[in-house]
Write a protein that binds this ligand. Structure first.
Ligand SMILES: NC(=O)C1=CN([C@@H]2O[C@H](COP(=O)(O)OP(=O)(O)OC[C@H]3O[C@@H](n4cnc5c(N)ncnc54)[C@H](OP(=O)(O)O)[C@@H]3O)[C@@H](O)[C@H]2O)C=CC1
Ligand SMILES: CC(=O)N[C@@H](CCC(=O)OP(=O)(O)O)C(=O)O
Length: 342
């Protein structure tokens, strides 16, 4: 089976990473490629690493251009997907890499994104309990945010196994590509090189409600999340340090056993051997997730560290993995868990 896929937002970082993966996918033929301000440009001028597509011309992002494809990926800014998606036929598989359909709670959406809530689609993080079943045969997929991917995979086993108190403290470092290609003064090389800086401190980051949604579903009760993102001088990668108070009676063996069992059969999530720690360089350009867990006995806290590539497992790889499930393909088709080092 070969499906024809269109990519809206092909000039951006997420769209570019998606095309890199789709070029290596045996079941996908690449159809229309669209942009906004760059419509009319050669893709090669904007994504010079995508050599086989260099002479393709970006078209405007309209329902007419995106019609007639089996799959449409939307790699557009927040709030832009819903209007496009509603014009695409019900028989088309629409994979939204933006945030529009991730949250279930309309109040959360309005508070953090400041616009009316468009709805909720099956969530494209297959490793979460029940997620694969919801993705099978679906025609609509909401790909998670990059931080919620790293954090949910790190903490869901602790909550699903009743090991952690209902209070998570998370500090995560990200590469600059997470902010997209649009020019932003705080992302100038001279501001970022040789420096790390926090942002969205104090509960303001829009990924916080998405983390709460995922962790609360695993815990069976509302989990409190304090999330602090930081910007690191690298292009790609997220390193999330997740710290939770352990429930009474928990010990190091129980924690380790829960994580090893949770991810034993997962093709992309690797619980590292004891003493080895996740690093963004190890997952660069791959769909892999590295996890290490430690029990801090003196503080009675569980510390889980995860590393992903924000553009791969955190966006485009997660999108392809979820598409594969929806189409009934092997979940790992076209994806690699092998990183690039050094
Ligand atoms: N970067 C990341 O790590 C992650 C990104 N995502 C999501 O992916 C989506 C794209 O992000 P990213 O690629 O980083 O952003 P970029 O800024 O790099 O790219 C944005 C893309 O959307 C197009 N675009 C901009 N405005 C409009 C509009 N009004 N209508 C239609 N198209 C428009 C741009 O076209 P043009 O350049 O031609 O103007 C470009 O192709 C976002 O929703 C983001 O949340 C999700 C997880 C992680
Ligand atoms: C450095 C930086 O700004 N990172 C982005 C990462 C979020 C992201 O890309 O995810 P979604 O846009 O899909 O929600 C941020 O913190 O907003």
């Amino acid at each position: 089976m070969v499906v024809r896929a269109a990519v809206a937002g092909a000039s951006g970082y997420a769209g570019g990473e998606l095309l890199r993966l789709l070029l290596a996918h045996p079941g996908v033929e690449i159809g229309a490629l669209t942009g906004n301000s760059n419509a009319g440009q050669r893709l090669g001028a904007l994504q010079p690493h995508l050599l086989p597509l260099a002479d393709r011309i970006l078209e405007p992002t309209t329902a007419e251009v995106l019609a007639g494809h089996d799959v449409v990926f939307l790699a557009l800014p927040h709030g832009q997907s819903a209007a496009v998606a509603e014009q695409l036929g019900e028989g088309t598989l629409v994979v939204d890499m933006g945030a529009d359909f991730r949250l279930k709670d309309a109040g959360d959406w309005e508070k953090f994104y400041g616009s009316p809530h468009a709805g909720t689609w099956p969530y494209g993080l297959p490793e979460l309990p029940g997620a694969r079943q919801a993705l099978k045969d679906t025609k609509r997929i909401a790909v998670p945010g990059c931080y919620p991917t790293a954090v949910s995979l790190a903490l869901v086993p602790a909550y699903a196994n009743g090991l952690a108190e209902n209070d998570a403290v998370i500090v995560a470092a990200t590469g600059t590509s997470g902010a997209g290609k649009a020019l932003k003064p705080h992302l100038l090389g001279s501001e970022v090189m040789g420096s790390m800086s926090p942002y969205g401190v104090g509960g303001g980051h829009r990924h916080t409600p998405e983390m709460i949604q995922n962790l609360s579903a695993a815990a069976g009760e509302k989990v409190t999340v304090s999330f602090t993102p930081t910007l690191a001088p690298m292009a790609r990668g997220i390193l999330a340090t997740c710290n939770v108070k352990a429930k009474p009676g928990v010990n190091a063996e129980a924690v380790r056993a829960a994580y090893e069992k949770a991810y034993a059969d997962e093709p992309f999530v690797h619980v590292l051997p004891e003493g080895q720690w996740p690093a963004t360089a190890s997952v660069y350009g791959s769909n892999a997730v590295q996890i290490q867990v430690a029990y801090d006995e003196s503080a009675q806290r569980i510390v889980v560290i995860s590393a992903i590539d924000n553009l791969t497992k955190g966006t485009a790889g997660g999108a392809v993995q979820s598409m594969n499930i929806a189409l009934g393909l092997d979940e790992a088709t076209g994806l690699s868990a092998i990183g690039v080092a050094p």
